[in-house]
Design a protein around this ligand. Sequence first.
Ligand SMILES: [Zn+2]
Ligand SMILES: [Zn+2]
Ligand SMILES: [Zn+2]
Ligand SMILES: [Zn+2]
Length: 328
Amino acid sequence: MLAAVERIHPGSLAALHEDPLTELSCWSDVQILMAPEDGEGRCSVAGSYIDRTDPPTLVVGTSRSYRRRGFTALHELGHHLQQTDPSLGQALFAWQDSEAFEDAACDAFAARVLIPDSEIPANVRLRGPSATDVVEMFHYSQASREACCVRAAEYLASGAVVLLDGDGTAIFSVSRSLIPPARGTDQSGNPLVERALRTGTTAQHDKAYVEYRSGKQSELLYGQAAWCDEEYLVAVFVPDNAPWLRYSVPRPGTGASLYDTPWVCETCGEAFEVSTAPCEQCGVAACPDGHCGCVSARMSKDRVCDRCFLVLAPSRFDGTSGTCRDCA
Ligand SMILES: [Zn+2]
Ligand SMILES: [Zn+2]
Ligand SMILES: [Zn+2]
Ligand SMILES: [Zn+2]
């Protein structure tokens, strides 16, 4: 996707990095429309992409911060590139659950433009991010909280980075090999989040967990939560090797059964009754669109190609290469 930007607007990446909204408002191939958030969109951010207008429209929610609008605009630009650049569109077509993949790719693209590799601190690269690292990234960059969460999560071996509002509700999350909490779920009962809310300071907890919409909980996780400012809390959850601890042993999974429960798909947010047998591999029943826990887990294991920014399965890369076979 970075290459696609270079192709249509050579040299514009630096300007997009500095100020995405101002740069995009000069482009003639898209138009930006500011609109109130309705919270209903399919995107992981407060915006949407409309291709039936001429030129196509990047709808950006008039949310609190200017930085967040920049992240949303870049995410929607990502959809525009995916849908107008033939090679990108084709790569996506190969995916069953292409909508979720496209969205994850758009988040990754927006975050890479806002926080290039050179701005990732060495300690985050080495041992993965703590919540205080994410907060620091937010303070020294021009990127939104969401962009910082996406970039930080790329350095997690396993776990989740969750952005919460001042009431402890998850508003954005990114994960690797862990089903992330859905948008809008209340995490304030989680001992880690509860402690951070009560004390108003950075908190740690060795028996934290993620709360799902169904009321079920994840396995026990190591957690750290840090305040971005008075209104937003960033929490990092990991099953082992917590970067903020000297030594943290892996925890055994708790493997709770999901039979006979109302469940909300963590991939598409659809509520459904669990009536069919859960998936044999992950133990999570599939939603009407066919997403089970494997879809979430697969999405989080997949890697972002550093050239096309598509989120691809490990088999699409040679060894530990950061560039997919198609781009290499
Ligand atoms: Zn989207
Ligand atoms: Zn689903
Ligand atoms: Zn499964
Ligand atoms: Zn690629």
